[in-house]
Design a binder for this molecule. Structure first.
Ligand SMILES: [Zn+2]
Length: 317
């Protein structure tokens, strides 16, 4: 946005499909930035920003196109309502998030490392470090990679060894990792192939890659359409199906092991999908509908690859 509130074209870039390179696509949804009201208010502008979700006409991959150039992405994370590293505030959904987060961290630790002896972990996009800290308690040598300096500082307070930077350029230690995790991180990275190749290169042969991502084929994604909160434009640049991840990681020497649904995401996604666009006296009704839809989505997620978010496990061969 310029000071007048009109988005200038130099801030946007049109890209070919990040997976197969095809330049043609079809428009799937026009997405509003759910945080744009608060950011526009802070900037003293009134214009809503919208973004186009494209499907590659060749491989079907869903990606934001055009998208903000990488140097303009930071502003979209500084809005008052952005949630991931928050320890206070956020109303009902913030409260629910903080209550459920310890359960979520336990689940992640159990599933990502299932059947693995403790070793060396790298958590990409570790945020304030709760997950690697839990893995450390379980005997793992826990490393994190995080772009946000403040969040990295919180992770260090928990005893996590944190490298600050993005996956392509960060000064990673000269070590091999036994497990690399990325919880809702891959969809944020402007250089998808470069990030995947560098991170994959740090995993030892036989090591495991665990990727958690929103599922664009989920019940809520279909129910909410362009209002599904997990489209989260323009912070989420891509939306992956299993075949997209295979197209990205199999050429790097990985084989798909299995996927499973994250148990809490349907409730969180459905609540936020209801409440991100509405406020006022009826918010309680919308919250109730969100919880009902979240329950339906949770049950639907018991079917293979139908979860609101999915954890995909790959092994490096
Ligand atoms: Zn494609």
């Amino acid at each position: 946005m310029t000071s007048s509130g009109v988005r200038s074209l130099p801030e946007l870039e049109e890209i070919p499909c990040p997976l197969c390179g095809t330049a043609t696509f079809r428009l799937v949804h026009t997405l509003q930035d759910r945080l744009s009201p608060s950011r526009a208010q802070a900037a003293g502008v009134s214009q809503e920003e919208t973004f186009s979700l494209a499907a590659c006409s060749s491989c079907g991959f869903l990606y934001l196109n055009p998208r903000p150039r990488p140097e303009y992405l930071g502003r979209y994370y500084r809005a008052a309502g952005y949630d991931p590293h928050r320890r206070r505030g956020g109303g009902w959904t913030g409260l629910l998030y903080r209550i459920l987060r310890p359960l979520s961290v336990d689940w992640k630790a159990a599933q990502a490392a299932r059947d693995l002896p403790p070793g060396r972990l790298l958590d990409v996009g570790c945020g304030s470090g709760e997950f690697p800290a839990r893995m450390r308690e379980r005997g793992w040598e826990a490393w994190g990679l995080e772009l946000d300096e403040a969040a990295a500082g919180q992770a260090r307070e928990l005893g996590v060894k944190v490298v600050v930077g993005d996956p392509v350029t960060a000064p990673l230690p000269d070590l091999d990792f036994d497990l690399i995790t990325a919880w809702h991180a891959l969809e944020h990275l402007p250089d998808l192939r470069g990030s995947a190749a560098r991170v994959a290169g740090r995993l030892r042969r036989g090591g495991r890659l665990a990727l958690a991502l929103p599922n664009p084929a989920s019940l809520e994604a279909r129910f909410y359409g362009s209002r599904w909160v997990a489209w989260d434009a323009p912070r989420h640049l891509y939306h992956f199906r299993r075949q997209d991840l295979q197209a990205l990681f199999e050429p790097l020497g990985f084989r798909f092991l299995r996927s499973l649904a994250l148990p809490l995401d349907p409730f969180y996604h459905a609540l936020l999908s209801e409440l991100s666009w509405k406020s006022g006296p009826a918010a309680g009704l919308y919250a109730a509908r969100g919880l009902l839809l979240g329950a339906a989505s949770f049950l639907n997620g018991l079917r293979p690859e139908q979860g609101s978010s999915l954890l995909y496990l790959f092994q490096k061969t």
